[in-house]
Design a protein around this ligand. Structure first.
Ligand code: FES
Ligand SMILES: [Fe+2]
Length: 369
């Protein structure tokens, strides 16, 4: 008779392997349910309740130097055109023709009017319909209220944000005390011009990217180069949080060779925007734009001094890219882990990951009925 070998197995799983409500999970310092990172229905709800109601960065004012200057972009799933009007003020419109839904403006440039390429309707820069061919032959067709759908538009310094919710609170309500704090620290958003923009596709849910950027608990393991130059330990790493924004500060190692580098700042604005600054040496923005539940586009605008040559710019972007690549590798592995469907919740460290909990609360507040 064969002798049976006893193997120690866990017959009852730890509780985090069973799904609980999102609010309950946050109370326990667990991550919200893993299916929130993979479910297309959650993705749809996020589009409606977050990306169509909150402020989204679209670009710097320098992209609109004179009346008629415009650029197009995507805000969540919304095609958007941002334009400097004849009176010099900024405007943003849904870039969708109110006739039959065609995209009206393309790329960027300068226009006196926008003309839809399908049936030729033209719109003034303020979005109102100027002309619709053959409308004069219609007997019952009132064009007085036909226009491109407006979006709210505001700026933080030179950075333009839009909001599809016309009843939204002003951008200052999202910024909270962040704008004053970075000013007190001597960080000047006007200090450098836009020198380059890049975009990258990442195979993960947009929340995986923000979960990561709320904490530097991962910095020691994922970013060894960065950690040699900046403090990332709990005693030196500084966090200041406001209800919908926060800032991290990694002080420079005194013994670091990189003497031209100052402290490193990451400033976050709910829901998906960050501006990272290496002291006043240079800064760059991030927008994480969800494409579907498992795909995110990362858009970066890089602001460097005029004194940087083109090759200096490329070198700095490549250096920054090293840190980004280290994070992307993790994001895509995390997404695979979450898609396994077997881990109902992650277990957070309440102190080291306090801002992650704050971010998750904002998501839950937006999504829960
Ligand atoms: S869809 Fe724009 S003019 Fe017809
Ligand atoms: Fe990172």
């Amino acid at each position: 008779m064969n002798e049976s070998v006893e193997v120690a197995v866990t017959r009852s799983l730890p509780p985090q392997y069973s799904r609980v409500d999102a609010a309950e999970a946050v109370e326990r310092a667990w991550t919200f349910p893993s299916d929130w990172y993979t479910d297309p229905l959650i993705f749809e709800r996020e589009q409606e309740r977050i990306f169509e109601r909150e402020w989204q960065y679209v670009g710097p004012e320098s992209r609109l130097p004179k009346p008629g200057s415009y650029f197009t972009t995507k805000v969540g799933r919304l095609p958007v055109v941002v334009v400097r009007q004849k009176n010099g003020e900024l405007a943003a419109h849904l870039n969708v023709c109110p006739h039959r839904g065609n995209i009206v403006a393309h790329d960027c440039g300068e226009r006196r009017v926008f003309q839809c390429g399908y049936h030729g309707w033209t719109f003034d820069l303020d979005g109102t319909l100027r002309a619709a061919p053959r409308s004069d032959r219609e007997t019952d067709f009132d064009t007085s209220d036909v226009r491109l759908r407006p979006l709210k538009v505001e700026a933080w310094g030179p950075l333009i944000f839009v909001n599809a919710d016309l009843d939204a609170q002003p951008l200052s309500a999202t910024l909270g005390g962040l704008a004053d704090l970075v000013k007190e620290r001597g960080f000047d958003l006007y200090s450098h011009p836009l020198r380059a923009s890049r975009q990258f596709e990442i195979k993960c849910n947009w929340k995986v990217t923000l979960d990561n950027n709320t904490e530097c608990y991962h910095c020691q393991t994922v970013h060894p180069g960065f950690s040699k130059e900046y403090h990332v330990d709990a005693d030196n790493y500084q966090i200041t949080a406001f209800p919908k924004s926060f800032t991290h500060l990694s002080p420079k190692h005194e013994e670091s060779d990189a003497t031209s580098w100052d402290d490193f700042h990451i400033n976050y604005l709910w829901p998906n925007f960050m501006v990272s600054a290496r002291g006043n040496e240079y800064f760059y923005t991030y927008s994480y734009v969800p494409v579907d539940a498992n795909t995110t586009m990362q858009y970066n605008d890089y602001f460097f001094p005029e004194s940087y040559s083109e090759s200096d710019v490329e070198q700095a972007i490549s250096d920054i890219g090293q840190i980004m690549r280290e994070d992307w590798g993790i994001f895509e592995q995390v997404q695979i882990g979450l898609r396994s469907g077997m881990l109902a919740h992650g277990r957070l460290m309440p102190d080291n990951e306090q801002l992650l909990r704050q971010f998750q609360r904002l998501v839950i507040d937006a999504l829960e009925p």
